[in-house]
Design a protein. Structure first.
Length: 401
């Protein structure tokens, strides 16, 4: 599509007014022509009327068709026909009245249908057609010279005001288009915001589910183990059973505190928490039983880490102990928190339990893996039947602050 085609792709609402003005100018021109005594021959009047009908018909319906199709060929055909018909009317009218006005409506159509270059070419053709027509019926350059400036002034006047109207119309169409696009954009933005909100809610639900599983699930499992151990020794060692029940009661208080932390989305100030290794060590002591020894070991010098790393490693330690209590049937469980590498921090958890050749990750391990992945860390699991279970979590230092 040419530049001329693109510029006319907009639909004008000026057509109704333009058609009316077009017909009115033609009728005025014809009235002035026929009121002049120089045009009296019936044949000549008939020819001019037929040409006028063709001129008006093409000026209204041809213009509408050309505006709709917008092709270069249609525009060339339209303007060629109008120039030929209009030139013949001027020629046969022999300058009677104001019949020169017959060509001026084409000037307005050129401003509406064509771009700048084509519009200039069309108007050169219009004034050239006018000059040729006047010269052919008058055979006098003086007559041409007297009529051409007046016609040219009218041509410029119509061009200016039509261009102003067309520019205003196109600006309105553009504003309406932009308003429609903005409305669509707002609609898409609203839909996107809804999807983001739904995704955020889903992520929050998953996070809270992990917190409940990793925190409360761990404590309930440990409390259950303590109560079972108390039942086992109750008959033979009441003091030991009482100690186990006391530990279970203390763990209940800790579990309630953990639930509060989960409910409040873990918004507690990290500065109010004791150091990570101390909390892991306290958890190890609280979960040890007569048949299962728990140990915690610190390697390197502890340093401040981000709340996300702190929480991830603490929950990983909880999940490891929880799995060892439920599944491992281990006698010894060891957790190592290693700060020796400046490039990151590592947590290793291992036991001497039954192990497995086929590792099936439950909800807890999957949750820990998700936490670690969000911190660009790595979690590896090694196990085989009869050789225990080993988990290693490494988180890079760039996440520590």
């Amino acid at each position: 599509m040419t530049t001329m085609d693109r510029n006319v792709s907009s639909k004008f609402t000026l057509n109704t007014g333009t058609d009316l003005a077009f017909a009115l100018v033609v009728f005025i021109s014809f009235f002035a022509t026929f009121s002049n005594a120089s045009v009296t021959e019936p044949f000549l009047i008939t020819v001019i009327i037929l040409l006028g009908i063709a001129y008006i018909t093409n000026g209204i319906y041809g213009f509408a068709h050309t505006s709709k199709t917008g092709t270069t060929f249609a525009k060339l055909v339209y303007f060629s026909l109008q120039l030929i018909i209009g030139g013949l009317i001027v020629f046969y009218g022999k300058g009677a009245g104001f019949n020169a006005l017959i060509l001026l409506p084409i000037v307005a159509h050129s401003a509406m249908l064509l771009d700048q270059d084509w519009m200039l070419a069309a108007n050169v053709a219009i004034i050239f057609t006018f000059i040729i027509s006047v010269y052919l019926y008058s055979s006098s350059l003086s007559v041409v010279w007297a009529a051409a400036p007046i016609f040219f002034v009218g041509q410029v006047f119509i061009l200016i005001f039509t261009q102003m109207a067309v520019t205003e119309q196109r600006a309105r169409v553009k504003l309406e288009t932009l308003a429609t696009q903005l409305s669509e954009a707002n609609k898409h933005l609203s839909e996107y915001a809804d999807r983001v909100r739904e995704l955020t809610i889903t992520q929050e639900r998953n996070r809270m589910a992990r917190e409940i599983h990793d925190g409360l699930g761990h404590y309930l499992t440990t409390i259950s183990m303590q109560i079972q151990a108390a039942y086992a020794v109750f008959s033979n060692d009441k003091d030991k059973a009482k100690s186990l029940l006391t530990t279970a009661q203390n763990l209940t208080s800790i579990a309630l505190e953990d639930v509060r932390s989960s409910v409040f989305a873990l918004r507690q100030d990290p500065n109010e928490l004791s150091p990570l290794f101390e909390r892991i060590e306290e958890m190890v002591k609280a979960t040890s039983t007569p048949g299962r020894k728990m140990n915690a070991e610190l390697v390197g010098t502890p340093r401040v880490v981000s709340p996300q790393i702190d929480l991830t490693l603490f929950r990983a330690a909880q999940e490891t102990i929880n799995n060892a209590n439920k599944h491992a049937n281990a006698s010894n469980v060891k957790l190592i928190l290693d700060y020796s590498d400046n490039k990151g921090i590592t947590l290793v958890a291992c036991d001497d339990g039954i192990g497995t050749d086929k590792i099936l990750q439950g909800y807890g391990l999957i949750g820990i893996q998700e936490r670690v992945r969000l911190l660009n860390g790595i979690m590896t699991i090694n196990s085989s039947a009869g050789k225990g279970f080993n988990i290693k979590i490494s988180i890079p230092s760039k996440n520590e602050h």
